[in-house]
Design a protein around this ligand. Structure first.
Ligand SMILES: *Cc1c(COP(=O)(O)O)cnc(C)c1O
Length: 396
């Protein structure tokens, strides 16, 4: 009889880093939109906006073709422009910083909190100048940023708060869903995010008249959208009120989003179940675990599951760890290459390696493991077995 001596005796599986959960409901929703003949912004988008706003308890929502578009509009809505500074984190996707540059303002980076890896309120406070116009925290990996501290700073210094909530659909702060805390909140429905429309985003805003202006700005600056012009009850006439953008979501994407939103709570439960397994399996294995919930009343959306290798316990480096997992069929990723390590931003912003030590230390050790509802329990067992096996092999 052959007994299994270690985890690598398992047959090699293929566990991709990310896959969307798409089922009959999504397909039926998109087909119905196709059959309706209305494929651009129309009734599906309106319904998705309303349901999403209710879901995150926001007074109003604008469906867009990306979170990047939402960030751009939010900055314009906050009146950020040339000569202004916006404080954000170096541990984010480039879109957070690019949109600040798009409005002609200067991104000012401040280091992250070592535990949550979200923008540190103290580090941000130290960067406030008379030119600062807005704070732009990221709810990193789905962990809520310290919003009380940012809202307090904003009030004290009369700043806008724009939240990059690309990871935060399903995140709660102080028992409130992310979506109505800051002045503007920007969500992503990119293919790998917790809720996807293929490509897409949503902007929620507190102030109704500003949000209505941004809604027009998202569609060429026109006074009426296509539904208001071409539907039977509509009128052909419109005015261009400003030089707008082409940021609208299509009904095809919204139909997909509506199906995703319908089963969102269930999808989150699956994520939470897998995270519980990861957390208990990796607790003693030479890793620093992601924080479960930083404060009472917080809920992590678990967009990303990020392990940090502990160099005091392991002899293997992050890059090799990723290669070894790849060799056994497990896809991983790194979120993110810090902004200040990209040559472009070094030139543009005058930042350099060493400027944000907490970010760099975390970056050099981190990897994101597969975490999505399409994974099976067996996939999760396989990831756990391979990761713990590697950690044992390279233990000091
Ligand atoms: C994905 C992501 C974005 C951009 O989202 P898009 O919908 O692709 O524009 C912005 N910020 C962060 C932190 C992200 O992860």
């Amino acid at each position: 009889m052959v007994t299994s001596s270690n985890s690598t005796d398992q047959a090699v599986r293929s566990v991709p880093y990310a896959l969307p959960y798409l089922a009959d409901e999504e397909i039926a929703g998109v087909v119905a939109a196709l059959r309706s003949g209305w494929i651009t912004t129309g009734p599906q988008v309106k319904e998705f906006e309303q349901r999403f706003a209710r879901h995150v308890k926001a007074p109003q929502a604008i469906a867009l073709n990306s979170c990047t578009a939402a960030l751009h509009l939010a900055l314009l809505g906050a009146g950020v422009g040339p000569g202004d500074e916006v404080i954000t984190t170096p541990l984010t996707f480039c879109a957070t910083v690019n949109t600040i540059l798009h409005v002609g303002a200067r991104p000012v980076l401040a280091d992250v909190d070592p535990r949550t890896l979200c923008l540190s309120p103290d580090a941000a406070a130290a960067k406030i100048t008379p030119r600062t116009k807005a704070l732009l925290p990221v709810h990193y990996a789905g962990c809520p940023a310290d919003m009380a501290a940012f809202l307090h700073l904003a009030q004290e210094h009369r700043l806008a708060v724009i939240e990059d909530a690309a990871h935060a659909i399903g995140t709660e702060y102080n028992n409130q869903p992310i979506g109505a805390l800051g002045d503007f909140t920007c969500f992503s429905f990119y293919a790998t995010k917790n809720l996807t429309t293929g490509e897409g985003g949503m902007l929620t805003g507190k102030d109704e008249s500003t949000t209505e202006r941004l809604r027009k700005l998202a569609l060429h600056g026109m006074s009426r959208d296509a539904w208001q012009r071409y539907s039977l009850a509509g009128s052909w006439a419109y005015q261009v009120e400003m030089a707008g953008f082409k940021y609208n979501m299509t009904d095809l994407a919204a139909a997909l989003g509506l199906a995703q939103l319908e089963r969102f709570a269930w999808l989150q439960q699956i994520r939470e179940g897998y995270v519980a397994r990861y957390q208990s399996a990796f607790a003693e294995s030479g890793f620093e675990l992601p924080p479960q919930s930083p404060r009472p009343g917080d809920r992590h959306s678990w967009h990303l599951y990020i392990l940090r290798l502990d160099p005091c316990q392991l002899t293997i480096e992050r890059g090799d760890f990723i290669k070894q997992l790849q060799a056994v069929g497990i896809g991983t990723s790194v979120h993110f290459i810090p902004i200040h390590l990209h040559p472009y931003y070094q030139q543009e912003l005058g930042v350099r390696p060493g400027d944000f030590p907490v970010t760099e230390r975390a970056y050099s050790r981190m990897l994101s493991l597969p975490l999505y509802p399409k994974l099976s329990e067996e996939d999760v067992s396989y990831v756990i077995a391979q990761v713990t096996h590697l950690a044992q092999r390279y233990r000091k």
